[in-house]
Design a protein around this ligand. Structure first.
Ligand code: T3D
Length: 258
């Protein structure tokens, strides 16, 4: 259900349930959470790539399992709190960059997973569908937090209320994705981007994620104070010292992530 591959300091986590468009059962969500925890904790991993097998990135909640829960009177079976929330929080806060390689449709919570990542590379075949309202639900898995921050409240409200799918080209226009590439080049392209990040200043990237998250919910004086604290830590890293020396020596910097 989940494939986990580590190469060149990049952990590639693949949702691998293509017959059901990588829709999320409780078992798959638990496996995804464990794979992400493994990647977050492993110092050998300096970037993460999240993608889907087959023609979908992720079709969101498995609606067959969901229907069975409804019929049995279990409602959501606590999956939002037990699975979706910790998955999204971990993607957003793990101290290393996470890149989504969006290979096909990303619907409902599948779209939310992509939005939680730091960067999104989309195949020309990718679509994003805020499918929640279509089945009488509100956005979850962080979409109400991430999407307005990515494309603005007005656009986010339109996508969420109307639920119409958004193609890759339009997603690029809106700034929802970093780049759009031919389908057969997606993994190579997104993999190269993840590898580039994995050879960068990992601690500074972690600090950048923290600063962005903090600043999005605080006033300027607080954000300035946080930047000062964060910079105190970055300035003490080996990567900063070596990169500064490399600049003065007119050499390309190399970063060890320390
Ligand atoms: O716990 C909770 O439930 C709360 C949390 C909710 C979070 C959410 O994610 S809510 C949103 C859930 N997702 C959706 O509403 C999307 C449902 N799927 C679709 O709208 C369409 O399938 C797609 C737009 C994703 C793709 O359309 P298309 O025409 O390319 O493919 P298809 O023929 O509809 O689907 C192919 C197969 O995948 C099909 O199975 P079959 O008939 O060949 O055996 C279809 O049933 C299956 N599939 C697609 N999405 C899901 C799914 N099976 C289970 N759950 C799905 N979400």
């Amino acid at each position: 259900m989940i494939r986990y591959d580590l190469a060149d300091a990049v952990a590639t986590v693949t949702l691998d349930r293509p017959d059901a468009m990588n829709s999320l059962t409780a078992e798959l969500k638990q496996a995804l959470l464990e794979a992400l925890r493994r990647a977050a904790a492993d110092r050998a991993v300096r970037a993460v790539l999240l993608t889907g097998a087959g023609r979908a990135f992720c079709a969101g909640q498995d609606l067959r399992e969901h229907a069975a829960n409804l019929e049995a009177g279990r409602g959501l079976a606590d999956t939002v709190r037990a699975h979706y929330n910790p998955i999204v929080e971990l993607i957003a806060t793990m101290p290393k960059p996470v890149v989504a390689a969006v290979n096909g449709v990303a619907a409902g919570a599948g779209a939310s997973l992509a939005f939680a990542c730091d960067l999104r590379v989309a195949s020309e075949r990718a679509t994003f569908a805020l499918a929640f309202a279509g089945i009488g639900l509100a956005p979850d898995s962080g979409a109400s937090w991430t999407l307005p921050r990515l494309i603005g409240r007005g656009r986010a409200a339109e996508l969420m209320l109307l639920g119409e799918p958004l193609g890759a080209a339009r997603a690029l226009e809106l700034g929802l994705v970093t780049r759009v590439v031919p389908a057969d080049e997606l993994l190579k392209n997104a993999g190269e981007l993840a590898a580039r990040l994995a050879s960068g200043p990992t601690l500074a990237y972690a600090a950048t994620k923290r600063a962005l998250a903090y600043a999005s919910a605080h006033a300027l004086p607080d954000a300035l104070a946080m930047e000062a604290d964060i910079q105190d830590r970055c300035v003490a890293t080996q990567d900063h010292l070596h990169a500064t020396r490399a600049f003065l020596a007119k050499e390309a910097p190399t970063f060890d992530g320390e």
